[in-house]
Design a protein around this ligand. Structure first.
Ligand code: AMP
Ligand code: GLY
Length: 428
């Protein structure tokens, strides 16, 4: 089978890496890919959201199956487009992708499905929103309705900060039409975790747990990023909680989407806030997380292509997911300045040392290759991933491997997975 993976980050490298192991896959393509992906797939320079260009490319290359990594093409309807053209594709339709593309849509579905989430109100004018904020308990959360590249959420510690966010979204339109509406949501305290499920519109297959690290610096300080590292499993998600999330979040959402005539097929990602062993939904995403995919896929023993075909053919009830009992940790190596302004084209040293390393897997995120030399090409540059018999060993293996790599102004968090270790120690 000729398979096209859409996207060009660490998540897509992990997807391509896992698919490359499948006997069902004859040739892999990736658009746009990156320096690392180019080692195992043929990359083309089309952007991930150039739907028409990608369809043309897929027809030329006789692509037989498409896997979509990022959210933007999904919310633009890329899966509908491929399927209309008889090319099977994995991911939700345009309408179902609104679970991520519109916070208000997601809240409405949660309400219909009886899923636990923060209390909220919707606003279209700053006058009404500002009036609502008067005398509210702090902190309070302001969210642009649409996609804002992860920057649409403000957790405001003061009313002034919340007012500023409202004005920037509704009056100054800093997120364009993604900010035509916003929600103001109650602040939820607790520990965050993500859970993922594969679904064919009816059947729900939950994946093992994982946890991202969204803040830039150690101790969860500094600005929000796309994610600075992850580990799996996440002890905060107990087996009991995992069951509850499946029964009280994933299944009701999937049932409701089907009843509403918008069956959801693909990967559903629930961002959760956990307090006293109970989960509330912060957000839904309609794809694998990045960097969560980089710890989930190395733990998956079942063939990914088989799973995707079963999902597409709506027979996920016939699939049993098998996982290694080993834990996984991934550390994101970022460009100096990220998530703010950063420079590109810094030469990356030490990549050769990975060729013989059995314990670590290197996923490229923002890299490019020219004449055999790899250089930085994005904010998140590399994901150093390692397995180990437990989280502590996986963490040690990952940080040992990190030491091999260097580029000018490289920065990374030194505490990825510490939270899991602290929790496990408390329980012992
Ligand atoms: P979202 O895109 O909705 O997941 O929001 C991004 C981040 O903002 C989350 O990962 C949380 O850290 C934080 N956040 C969002 N909503 C809330 C909330 N209601 N209470 C506390 N923190 C929140
Ligand atoms: N890890 C966060 C995200 O993929 O959105």
């Amino acid at each position: 089978m000729n398979v096209l993976v859409i996207g060009g980050g660490g998540r897509e490298h992990a997807l391509v890496w896992k698919l490359s192991k499948s006997p069902l896959v004859t040739k892999l393509y990736c658009a746009p890919g990156n320096g690392g992906i180019a080692q195992i797939a043929e990359c083309c320079s089309l952007n991930a959201d150039d739907c028409a260009g990608l369809l043309k490319f897929a027809k030329e290359k006789k692509i037989q199956f498409v896997v979509v990594g990022p959210e933007v093409p999904l919310t633009k309807g890329i899966v509908d487009l491929f399927i209309e053209n008889n090319i099977p594709a994995i991911g939700p339709s345009r309408v179902a992708a609104q679970l991520e593309g519109s916070k208000i849509f997601a809240k409405d579905i949660m309400k219909k499905a009886g899923v636990s989430t923060g209390f909220y109100e919707t606003f279209t004018t700053s006058k009404d929103a500002l009036k609502y904020l008067e005398g509210k308990t702090l902190p309070i959360v302001v969210k642009a309705d649409g996609l804002a590249a992860g920057k649409g959420v403000t957790v405001a510690a003061t009313i002034a900060e919340a007012e500023e966010a409202v004005k920037l979204i509704l009056d100054d339109k800093i997120f364009g039409s993604a900010g035509n509406q916003l929600i103001i949501e109650e602040f939820l305290a607790g520990e965050e975790a993500s859970m993922f499920a594969l679904t064919d519109g009816t059947n729900v297959l939950p994946l093992v747990s994982s946890q991202d690290h969204k803040r830039a610096f150690d101790g969860d300080t500094g600005p929000n990023t796309g994610g600075m590292g992850a580990y799996s499993p996440a002890p905060v998600v107990t087996p009991q909680l995992e069951k509850e999330v499946t029964e009280t979040i994933f299944k009701p959402i999937i049932k409701t989407m089907k009843e509403q005539g918008m069956p959801f097929k693909g990967i559903l990602y629930a961002g959760l806030m956990i307090q006293n062993g109970k989960a509330k939904v912060l957000e839904f995403n309609v794809r694998f997380g990045d960097p969560e995919a980089q710890v989930l896929l190395p733990r998956l023993k079942t063939g990914l292509m088989e799973i995707f075909i079963a999902l597409y053919e709506e027979r996920l009830d016939k699939i049993r997911l098998e996982w290694t009992s080993e834990a996984a940790v991934t550390v994101v190596l970022a460009s100096g300045g990220y998530p703010g302004k950063y420079e590109k084209s810094k030469i990356i040293h030490g990549l050769d040392l990975f060729k013989t390393d059995e314990t670590a897997i290197l996923f490229h995120a923002g890299t490019k290759q020219s004449n055999g030399v790899y250089s930085t090409d994005g904010g998140r540059v590399l994901n150093v991933t390692a397995l180990g018999k437990d989280i502590k060993t996986a963490q040690e293996n990952a940080y040992k491997a990190v030491k091999k790599i260097h580029f000018d102004k490289m920065h990374y968090r030194r505490d990825i997975a510490d939270k899991a270790l602290k929790r496990t120690m408390k329980e012992v």
